[in-house]
Design a protein around this ligand. Structure first.
Ligand SMILES: Cc1ncc(COP(=O)(O)O)c(C=O)c1O
Length: 373
């Protein structure tokens, strides 16, 4: 029996493909892997050993799909860790800061700021570009960034989940390793990962459930030696050596991530998914631009295809926003409340978010403006 479900605009954990929900439910009951006649394959994904052949196959397939579907170059290391993107804010400077050099950062929002804070606690840190002064409404152009040619690395956030801004393309940083927090737009379109020395993403938007963090990196970067104070579990080298099995991994999350990447491949890969994402975001921005009630937060050229943010114009804006969100909930549109630091409305329309849900939102917005704007 299928149950009508609301459209889920949550910023994360977020909507996943319906087929993945079904496959996951089935794997929780019993894995039943075709061609695997081991006893583990007759058990639930929640109870099998991370050292079993059955899990090993799931894990290896997930890693292959990270290369094949997401386009991570074949010679990069792929790690599936825990601790979220937030732990990477600390692991990056702990492992990759070169003595005597600064970590360079571009500050495009609250998540960048958190990465900067971790780096500052560990060593010399410079912010070479920022859009903070204008409420993080755009991505500052690389032409205006301060010189970072002597930095240990340059860190950027490719998509700013809270503000709804996105790098149209990843910057080119020459000999300085580029580190990218890809949490909220990985897999949303083709990206040139040859430019990225280390990328990381919490899975809970485009890749799977919370509790798994994808990290991929060029091998030469991982050869950098972390200082002696860095605990074993926080060293990239540990996880490379143990193939992400140093401690018990999130076996369930890795299965779901594998299933999500299979789904992306089946949809035609990141090119096809990217075209759909552009169409979905295009409809929403067109509706915002055509309205006198809704004010988009992100400036043209920096608009995110994953998180679309806006406020409501005019007097009594706070009450109108409340009325909008209450009516949206009643209409089956869930998770639209903007982050508290921006207010207003945020529609997160990740890969698995259906186009008809965007149509339903646009229709709702027009009707709300006509009747209550
Ligand atoms: C861009 C970005 N970076 C980092 C984070 C933090 O991720 P986690 O909660 O996995 O640590 C988030 C969470 O939404 C995010 O959107």
């Amino acid at each position: 029996m299928s149950v009508a479900r609301p459209y889920n605009f949550s910023a994360g954990p977020a909507i996943l493909p319906t087929s993945v929900f079904e496959e996951t439910a089935s794997a929780v009951r019993q894995l039943n892997v075709p061609g695997d006649d081991s006893l583990e394959a007759k058990l639930s994904i929640l109870e099998i050993s991370h050292r079993s052949k059955t899990f090993d196959a799931i894990h290896n397939e997930a890693i292959s799909l990270v290369h094949d579907v997401l386009g991570v170059p074949a010679d990069y290391e792929v790690l599936l860790l825990q601790g979220g993107a937030s732990l990477q804010f600390a692991m990056v400077p702990m492992n990759l800061a070169v003595p005597g050099k600064s970590g360079a950062y571009v500050d495009t929002g609250a998540w960048s700021a958190k990465a900067i804070k971790e780096s500052k606690g560990l060593g010399e840190t410079v912010v070479v570009g920022s859009s903070k002064a204008s409420g993080y409404d755009h991505i500052p152009s690389p032409d205006g960034w301060a010189d970072y040619s002597d930095a240990s690395y340059l860190h950027v956030t490719s998509n700013n989940t809270i503000y709804g801004t996105e790098f149209a393309e990843l910057p080119q940083t020459g000999d300085v390793p580029l580190i990218v927090d890809l949490s909220s737009n990985i897999g949303s379109r083709p990206m040139n990962f040859e430019r990225v020395a280390l990328g990381y993403a919490g899975a809970q938007k485009n890749l799977g459930p919370s509790g798994v963090t994808l990290v991929f990196a060029r091998k030469d970067l991982l050869a950098r030696q972390a200082p002696g104070y860095v605990p074993t579990i926080l060293r990239y080298g540990t996880h490379v050596e143990k193939n992400s099995l140093f401690n018990t991994p999130n076996t369930f999350g890795i299965l779901v991530l594998r299933n999500v990447l299979r789904w992306v491949r089946q949809r035609g890969g990141v090119e096809a998914v990217g075209a759909v994402n552009a169409a979905k975001a295009g409809k929403l921005y067109a509706a915002l631009d055509a309205s006198s009630l809704y004010v988009p937060h992100a400036k043209d050229g920096s608009r995110s295809t994953m998180n679309v943010t806006w406020t409501l114009a005019g007097e009594g804006e706070g009450d109108k926003t409340k009325a909008f969100l209450t009516a949206a909930e009643k209409a089956g549109l869930s998770g639209l409340k903007g982050h508290r630091s921006v207010g207003g409305v945020r529609a997160s329309i990740y890969n698995a978010f259906p186009e008809d849900g965007v149509d339903a939102l646009v229709e709702f917005m027009r009707e709300f403006e006509r009747t209550q704007g």
